[in-house]
Every structure is written in structure tokens, then in C-alpha cells.
Design a binder for this molecule. Sequence first.
Ligand SMILES: Nc1ncnc2c1ncn2[C@@H]1O[C@H](COP(=O)(O)OP(=O)(O)OP(=O)(O)O)[C@@H](O)[C@H]1O
Ligand SMILES: [Mg+2]
Length: 336
Amino acid sequence: MNRKYKVALLANTLEGNYELPPNAPPDALAELDALKYMEAYAEGIRAAGHEAIFHEGAPQMDVVPWLMDVAPDICFNVCEGFVGESREAHMPAILEMMGLRYSGPTPLAAALTQDKPTTKRVLAYYGLPTPLFQVFTSADDALRADLNYPLFVKPQHEGTGMGIKNESIARNETQLREYVSYVLERYRQPALVESFIEGRDITCGLIGNGDDVHIFPITEVDFSGFPADLAPVYSSVHKNDLDYLYKNKCPAPLGDALSNEVRRLSHQTFLVTGSRDYCRVDFRLTDAGQLYILEINALPGITPRSDLTLMAKVENISHAEMVSMVLKAALKRYRM
Ligand SMILES: Nc1ncnc2c1ncn2[C@@H]1O[C@H](COP(=O)(O)OP(=O)(O)OP(=O)(O)O)[C@@H](O)[C@H]1O
Ligand SMILES: [Mg+2]
């Protein structure tokens, strides 16, 4: 019989009373979990045959004495973190320091994948396709000569569409400099400027490790249900304020060759970034059939409403089963 493990479920919830830094951007809380989802995660942990005990994650440092007291066999870590450019790496770093086992990315993989330009440099090193780019640390930086309009401007290390708006699409120098200034001021971080890839939004999720991965059906965002004045880029307005209008195509109608290429590139991106247990890789696909990797989410959303959950559902995998697959991938990795 399998052992029943004590699993510490660690998350940052909206109910956790995190104090926002002054002048925080309007979507600063976009990534936090809701307390009501904790029971759904716990159900998945129990579905794998284990015991779940929830605690609010860093930066409330009482998580450290709590973990010492509970002494879990493994942690199911979904902490998005709260402050700082490597916030998803904070909880893994604490767990690593404490010698505890945990699901999801290491501090290195979390910090790497939360930094889009550094991730893109790694992808480029491995010959994986990602849009041409430049990092702006000031609004007056000279634009590199081979970057042509339209361009796309976003914060260097955010997620959940934070800082992505209609204005992210810059069609001329005035628009570019205006939105770069906005990102620098509001998000207090460099702006990533990329070639704007006109095309479809594709995302691909997987669970597992090494070559032993389950790749879910590929998903395409269907922008047709959103207001016409919103540009078809997947922004925090789409992801949060208007998420009730969200529609997708899953499996995405791509044909076999392109689908295989999306799966291959997703798996490669997972491996070269040193991600663990699960991930979701986002792409843009042009009409000419060219795929570009935008980013990897090494700690992808796995709430009952997230993309991974929707992909799993298409395969008749319930939310609880999906959560239990992530935990089992982590347990297997630790040979537990
Ligand atoms: N270079 C680009 N060209 C065209 N569209 C882009 C580009 N970069 C980003 N986008 C659009 O913005 C969306 C969000 O970009 P990205 O995935 O980098 O941000 P994110 O906030 O980290 O996303 P997530 O919610 O997955 O964490 C993409 O899904 C796409 O619609
Ligand atoms: Mg994305």
C-alpha cells in the first residue's frame, strides 16, 4: 500500500491581507489565488491519497515556524509571491533553505522564467524561436536598427497579462516611448520591447518530468466574444475583468504538423528552462505558420478556472485529477 503523505499546501490568497507597496499598478493583485480555491487543491491532494494542510505563503514569515512545526513530507507550492522581480522564487528558496521537498520550479527556474528577456536569451541559445527584442531601461534608449514597427511593449517580469493593454502595440516612435515610460513608471521595471507578432494566441500545457510528460490538448484563445475596441492580445482585462467572456478552441485547429511542433517546442522550453512537474508555454502563430514562443509559465495557474484545467477537461480529466497529477509528478521525481 502507498504511504499517506502529509502535504503542505502553500498559496498566496487575496484573503491573505498582503500589504501593497505605495503606487502599485492597478493590476498588482491579479495573480493571487482566492481562498475558495484551497479546498479544490486540497481535494486534488486527497485524490492522490494524501493529506492536505493549507497555510498562507511568504511574505508572512510565520510560514517558516509553521512548516517547522508541521514537518510536511512534501509541499504543494502554488505561491505566486507578492513583491519583487523574482517573487515566484521566494517560496521555493525558503523551502530549499529548510530542506523541504516541494512541487514546481526551483528558485533558479522560477526566477529565470519570471524574467522574460533572460528566458528569451536561453531560448535563443537553444535555437528555439522567440520574437526579436530589446530591453528598455529608459524611455529614450535608442531602438535597435533591426526592430521594425509595429512593436509590442510589456513589463519585463509580470504575468497574468499585467501591463498588457491596447497601448502595448506601438505603431510608431511616439507610441513606443509613451508606453515604455508608462511601464517603467507604473511597474518599476524595465520594458521588454518585441516585434509585434500578428497572429493567433496558442498555449500548451504539460505535466511530468524529463521525457515522461503528459501534454494536454493545445488551446487557442478565441477573441470573438470580447468587445471590438479591445485589441486581440490577451491582456489582464481579458484575463480578469472580462474573463466571463472568455472562449477558447481546444484542441486548437492547427493540423498535425503544427500541433506536433507546438508540443515539441513546449517540451523543449520546459526542459531548457529547468522547469519541474508542470508548465504552460504561450505562443503566437502567424498566418504563414511561423510559431514564436512568448514565454513559459513555470508556475502556471491551476485554479478550477485556469487554462490547464480547461485543457484537462477536454480529456475528461477533472480539476482534482489534474492537481493530483502534478503532485504525483513531484512525488515521482523525489522517488517517493
Ligand atoms: N511579441 C508579441 N506580439 C504579439 N502579441 C504579443 C506579444 N507578446 C505578448 N503578446 C500578447 O500579450 C499576451 C500576454 O503576453 P505574455 O504571455 O508574455 O504575458 P503574461 O502576462 O506573462 O501572460 P500569462 O498570463 O500567461 O502569465 C499574449 O498572449 C499575446 O496575446
Ligand atoms: Mg502568457
